[in-house]
Design a protein around this ligand. Structure first.
Ligand code: 3PY
Ligand code: MG
Length: 267
C-alpha cells in the first residue's frame, strides 16, 4: 500500500490491516513486510526501540509494500518529529485523553502553517534530495492517529474526533481495561461498550476507527470489523513468535513421542 493511500483509506473508512513490531531487529521488519500487511507499526512506547532502532526497522520495510508507522513513546513533539524524519508515514500517539492533547499531536506531525514540525534534510526526504516533493506532500500524506486508552478519552471522543488533522483513533484495549479498573479484561462489558461507543463516534465523524487485536483469532478480527473498526492491528510480532514456537514444540514433541516410546520398548 502507498502511504498516501493509507491516509485516504483511513478517511474513507476502508479496512486496512497491519501488525505491531516490538522486536527491534530489522530482520523482523524484512520478514513481516513480505507477508501481506498494509502497514507495520513499530512500537516505541513499550519497547527499547529508539530512533536508531526505528530507522533500522524502516529500512527493513523499505520497498517491500507495507506503510511504515510508529507508535511513539509519548505525545511529545520531538518523539513525533524524529520518527517522521526517519521515514514513518504515520504516527500512532498513545494515551491521548482530550481534544487539546489530540491537537498537540497534530501540531507536532504537521509542517507550518498547520503545525510546528521543523524542516530539515532527513531520511524521510532522501537526505534532502527529495526535499521539495516531500515538503509539499507530507502534511497531506502522513497519517495522524491518536490512541483512546482511557475512560476520559471515551467520554471526550466526539471532541477528539473533531480536531482537524486527526485521521482516526485507535483503541488500546489493555490500557482501556485498566482505566475501567479491570486490567486485561478486554472482553468485559464495560470495555466492549466503550469500544462500541468509539466505533460509532468514528462512523459519525467520518474518521477511521482503529483497534489493536493483540491476541488475534479469526472471530476476533471479524467481530472488530463488524463492530465498525476499519484500522485493525493484528497481533504483535512477539505473540506470533510465541504462538508459532508453542505450536512447533508441541508438534515436535508429538512427532518425537512414538519414536521415543518405540525406541524405549525396543530390546
Ligand atoms: C493497549 O492495549 O493499551 C495498547 O496500547 C495496545 O497496543
Ligand atoms: Mg496502551
Amino acid at each position: 500500500m502507498m502511504s498516501s493511500s493509507l491516509r485516504r483509506a483511513l478517511l474513507e473508512r476502508r479496512v486496512s490491516l497491519g501488525t505491531w513490531i516490538q522486536i527491534g531487529h530489522p530482520a523482523v521488519a524484512e520478514v513481516l513486510a513480505g507477508v501481506g500487511f498494509d502497514w507495520l507499526c513499530v512500537d516505541c512506547e513499550h519497547t527499547d526501540i529508539g530512533p536508531a532502532g526505528f530507522a533500522a526497522l524502516a529500512r527493513g520495510m523499505h520497498g517491500r509494500g507495507p506503510v511504515p508507522l510508529a507508535r511513539v513513546r509519548e505525545n511529545d513533539t520531538l518523539a513525533i518529529r524524529q520518527v517522521l524524519d526517519l521515514g514513518a508515514m504515520g504516527v500512532i500517539v498513545p494515551l491521548v485523553n482530550s481534544a487539546a492533547e489530540a491537537a498537540r499531536a497534530v501540531r507536532a506531525a504537521k509542517y507550518p502553517p498547520q503545525g510546528v514540525r521543523g524542516f530539515a534534510f532527513h531520511r524521510g526526504n532522501d537526505w534532502g534530495a527529495g526535499f521539495d516533493a516531500y515538503a509539499e506532500r507530507a502534511n497531506g500524506e502522513i497519517a495522524v492517529v491518536v490512541m483512546v486508552e482511557s475512560r476520559q478519552a471515551v467520554e471526550d471522543i466526539d471532541a477528539i474526533l473533531a480536531v482537524e488533522g486527526i485521521d482516526g483513533v485507535f483503541i488500546g484495549p489493555y490500557d482501556l481495561s485498566g482505566s475501567y479498573g479491570i486490567p486485561g479484561q478486554t472482553s468485559h462489558a464495560s470495555v466492549r461498550q466503550a469500544c462500541a461507543r468509539v466505533a460509532e463516534a468514528c462512523r459519525q465523524a467520518g474518521k477511521s476507527a482503529g483497534v489493536h487485536v493483540v491476541l488475534p483469532t479469526p472471530d476476533g478480527i471479524r467481530a472488530a470489523i463488524e463492530e465498525g473498526f476499519t484500522f485493525v492491528a493484528v497481533g504483535v510480532d512477539t505473540v506470533f513468535l510465541e504462538r508459532a514456537g508453542r505450536t512447533a514444540v508441541a508438534a515436535a514433541r508429538d512427532a518425537a513421542a512414538p519414536g521415543g516410546r518405540q525406541r524405549e520398548s525396543t530390546p
